[in-house]
Design a protein around this ligand. Structure first.
Ligand code: ATP
Ligand code: AMO
Length: 432
């Protein structure tokens, strides 16, 4: 048996031809004198029509054995049929059950009965048989493809850095400790130190798309314990330059998803608005004023609370950069302002009230970097191999990290980050 056609390529134009289709049994209707079976494959659905007058009795018997969601192969003649999907039906001549599905199913992929997210995640493979679930991952795939294309077009070099690491990089979020033979080690929170070390290699511009691990205590709709981060780092550039790169990349992503995933967006009932101008920038100082004038209390120097993010998101709307963060609440590698070291060249990219990315001009001067590590209460001795890269010719540089799963939330209109990760890892979930 060889598959000759997909649901989508079985069209009225080929009526009279013999085809072999393979897929899942989506629906069976046995009306006695005629049996209808809807077969679903990656491209859509196609109807098998078996009138007892036209089809051999062994075939009818086989069809009656079909159970929903089993995998089958069907050979038959294509015929025009106005009411069927695609305007065609296949009159079966040969049938093979490739894998019979047990009953009852742990969830209903035809969504006649709606399932809670936990039930769906427990049977993710079945959940993914639904158009609206798979649409999210087709969009995510397209997003990653476009992002890679963009980076390559700008002459970034794609890198892979270790996820088994010896030290923390991002203050505030916890590490997952692991045993590494006789040593203590952790799962990497960010490729931060490695992408910066690459700036001392002369490669100029690098990017990485990879897993990050964070022992987040809170259980929210936008945090996971394992996420995918899209990281970029570029030499001889500053915060303003890399914000421009991020802005241009995202506009390309929005345009591409709109063009190439219109079908998926329609399935999700989601529309993408493409900003006509560069993303607006609001300074941290301005943000504090906006938040306070919207009846949410916030002191200068604090991170934005959830309420503050919401207040700011309501005023700004869409994509915007939040710039000039207090140095105090940003990591040691962030460059302070020369004339006022309480402020830094760090930025976040927000979408409404969701943080999508953080980035900054980095400190490239060895002495200042050591001082900042100490000021954060960390021990420079723990950063030996990182610091070494700053002693023998480190160019000025800047970069950012975007949460791929959060960006997928924006592109697909998903409220829960778990919708945008195939097998999410949260406070309670380690399987599947
Ligand atoms: P980062 O990348 O820095 O972790 P983030 O977008 O993941 O940023 P957080 O900084 O973790 O967001 O959280 C933003 C704010 O929301 C913080 O002040 C945090 O304390 C608060 N917050 C996080 N989770 C919750 C929650 N479940 N309920 C209320 N507030 C929360
Ligand atoms: P930051 O900690 O802000 O910055 O992480 C970058 C982006 O990654 C995403 N993200 C997450 N997504 C889901 N679940 C999580 N627990 C989670 N944590 C982070 C967010 C976030 O904006 N080294 C810096 C980046 C840099 O400066 O280049 C960093 O890691 O979208």
């Amino acid at each position: 048996w060889r598959r000759t056609n997909f649901a989508k390529t079985t069209t009225p134009e080929i009526s009279g031809e013999k085809v072999t289709v393979m897929g899942w049994v989506h629906e069976i209707r046995d009306l006695g004198g005629i049996i209808f079976v809807i077969i679903r494959d990656v491209t859509g659905k196609v109807q098998i029509t078996a009138p007892s007058k036209k089809v051999e009795s062994e075939i009818l018997e086989e069809l009656r054995k079909f159970r929903k969601e089993s995998v089958v192969a069907i050979k038959g003649m294509v015929q025009e049929a106005g009411k069927a999907p695609n305007g065609v039906e296949i009159i079966p001549e040969e049938i093979k059950i490739l894998n019979m599905a047990n009953q009852p199913l742990p969830m209903d992929p035809t969504e006649k009965v709606k399932a809670e997210i936990d039930t769906r995640l427990d049977s993710r493979f079945l959940d993914l048989r639904k158009d609206n679930t798979s649409a999210i991952f087709k969009i995510k795939s397209r997003m990653l493809h476009t992002i890679r294309d963009y980076f390559y077009s700008q002459e970034f070099i794609e890198i892979n850095t270790p996820k088994l690491v010896a030290s923390a990089t991002e203050g505030g979020t916890e590490l997952f400790p692991i045993t590494y033979f006789e040593k203590e080690a952790f799962l990497g929170q960010s490729p931060q130190l490695y992408k910066q070390m690459m700036m001392a290699s002369g490669m100029d511009k690098v990017f990485e798309i990879g897993q990050i691990f964070r022992a987040e205590e809170h259980d929210t709709l936008r945090h996971l314990n394992e996420a995918v981060s899209i990281d970029a780092e570029a030499s001889f550039m500053d915060d303003v330059d890399v914000m421009k790169i991020l802005n241009d990349m995202l506009i390309q992503v929005l345009n591409d998803i709109n063009d190439k995933c219109s079908n998926e967006l329609e399935i999700l009932g989601h529309e993408i608005e493409i900003p006509k101008k560069d993303f607006p920038k609001v300074t941290y100082d301005e943000a504090v004023d906006i938040v306070n004038s919207n009846d949410v209390e916030m002191e200068w120097g604090e991170d934005l609370s959830r309420a503050a993010e919401k207040a700011l998101g309501d005023v700004m709307g869409g994509f915007y950069f939040l710039t000039e963060w207090p140095s105090e609440i940003k990591p040691f590698y962030v460059m302070p302002y020369e004339n006022d070291e309480s402020k830094s060249h760090a930025f976040d990219l927000m979408y409404n009230n969701l943080e999508l990315s953080s980035g900054a001009t980095r400190v490239h001067q060895y002495e200042l970097l050591v001082k900042q590590i100490e000021d954060k209460g960390l021990n420079p001795a723990g950063f030996g191999s990182y610091l070494k890269a700053f002693e023998y010719g480190m160019p000025p540089h800047a970069g950012w990290g975007v949460g791929a799963d959060r960006l997928t939330m924006v592109l697909t209109g998903s409220e829960n980050i778990r919708e945008c990760v195939l097998f999410p890892r949260d406070r309670h979930r380690l399987t599947p």
